[in-house]
Write a protein that binds this ligand. Structure first.
Ligand code: AMP
Ligand code: MG
Length: 408
């Protein structure tokens, strides 16, 4: 397949083609909540208990029965209840000192916050106005026993882990981790830490970056190493990685230069689709299989590798992890830049947000959008998605795709 003949696809077409290939891994495992972050739930979770299990005070203050206090400005204090206590019933016509989270004694139905009350010895002086039934958190306000609290396919966030713990769970059933082998290719690459560079060499930035991106998605990363531009070695590395990995991700070597061997190696060891994606930054994106293992070949330019990971690799991996598909959700912001000449490719511009005094958000574009400028991805907080052929005037509404959230 010559690069010139590689089909030119839109991002939507690539997503659709990838989705077709994304069969979720079947194996599941129980993990403790401490290990559950970013893992994908393999079953729905229902609450075994009601939370909170009892009516309790939402504030530090005083509790009493509203009917007892109508017309009265004073009530004798007969009880003190702190969080964790098991109070008896409140004596009718009296009030109770109560603290946040403490169970409401039976007979009480109202809490007035302490700042609004006065106290003389064991007598409570009520404010002139108070609201019956206020400041109480009802049993079951959060969850009722039997409620569906988490759903299969949900990637577990810290909040979801907290919610599971609030129902007494210590473990959850999740899909097994994906095993992803990462390979970088290029004779010019040296791993950081291997000594100073000689002329013509660069440190390998893609491999550590991909490790970090994959780690954040909850994948188990297999370091398949860095390869020179050599067909035999590349074929061998692919064969080896395919024995254990669910997915192989490579960077570099998928163009059609004489030194680009990844394409030929995958074709020899498996099957390959090579697509030109009509986006910028973007280059040929390789997709295929080596044996039963998925193969994704990203461009070597670090920015292109990062952007294609965000746009294509992570939704694909999430689908194989069993995660319910979600849209890449962009939100509207004002363009703090202009674009007078339209591009014929959809462009993802590295940008950061600045909020103005009136509360509006404006996107600043990084001045150097070349795909070799990795520092721009550190500066940026996300990507502005500019449709092919679109000109942008200062203040126009443009969609902003934050890195946070997309990358979990
Ligand atoms: P390639 O896709 O192999 O033609 O590489 C395109 C550009 O990206 C070249 O300038 C490479 O030196 C650079 N590059 C490729 N792989 C890496 C890597 N792992 N880390 C940093 N730069 C890379
Ligand atoms: Mg190369």
């Amino acid at each position: 397949m010559k690069n010139g003949h590689a089909p030119l696809l839109s991002a939507e077409e690539v997503w659709a083609l990838m989705r077709k290939e994304a069969t979720p891994v079947a194996d599941c495992e129980m993990v403790t909540l401490a290990q559950a972050l970013a893992r994908v739930l393999a079953q729905d979770v229902r609450a075994p208990i009601t939370v909170p299990g009892f009516d309790n005070s939402a504030m530090d203050g005083y509790a009493f029965r509203a009917a007892d206090a109508h017309g009265a400005r004073e009530l004798p204090l007969s009880l003190r209840v702190a969080a964790g206590d098991k109070p008896g019933a409140l004596v009718p016509g009296t009030a109770c000192r109560i603290f946040t989270g403490a169970p409401l004694p039976s007979g009480a139905d109202t809490v007035v916050i302490q700042e609004r009350c006065e106290r003389r010895g064991d007598t409570l002086i009520l404010p002139e106005q108070w609201t019956p039934h206020a400041n109480i958190r009802r049993a079951g306000e959060d969850i009722r026993a039997g409620d569906l609290i988490l759903t299969e396919g949900q990637a577990l966030t810290p909040q979801a882990i907290g919610l599971a713990a609030s129902c007494g769970f210590t473990e959850v059933l999740v899909r097994r981790r994906l095993r992803v082998a990462v390979l970088s290719t290029g004779d010019e690459l040296r791993p950081a830490g291997s000594g100073p560079l000689v002329e013509g060499q660069i440190y390998d930035s893609n491999r550590p970056m991909l490790h970090a991106l994959l780690g954040r998605l909850g994948c188990e990363v297999h370091a398949a190493g860095a390869l020179g531009d050599d067909l035999t070695r590349t074929r061998q590395a692919l064969r080896e990685a395919a024995q254990t990995a669910d997915v192989i991700v490579t960077t570099g070597g998928v163009s059609v230069g004489e030194e680009d061997h990844v394409k030929a190696a995958v074709e020899a060891e498996g099957t390959l689709s090579l697509w030109r994606v009509a986006i910028k930054p973007g280059k040929p994106l390789a997709f295929g299989r080596v044996g039963g293992t998925h193969f994704l070949g990203l461009p070597g330019n670090p920015v292109s590798a990062f952007v294609t990971f965000v746009l294509f690799v992570q939704p694909f991996l999430k689908a194989i992890m069993g995660a319910t598909p979600t849209e890449l959700r962009a939100f509207p912001v004002h363009a703090g830049f202009v674009r007078e000449t339209p591009d014929n490719r959809r462009e993802f511009v590295r940008a950061r947000l600045v909020s103005r005094d009136d509360g509006t958000l404006w996107a600043q574009a990084h001045p150097r959008q070349s795909s070799g400028v990795l520092s721009s991805t550190v500066w940026a907080e996300g990507l502005i998605d500019i449709a092919a052929g679109r000109c942008v005037a200062e203040g126009d509404t443009v969609p902003f795709l934050p890195f946070e959230g997309v990358l979990i």
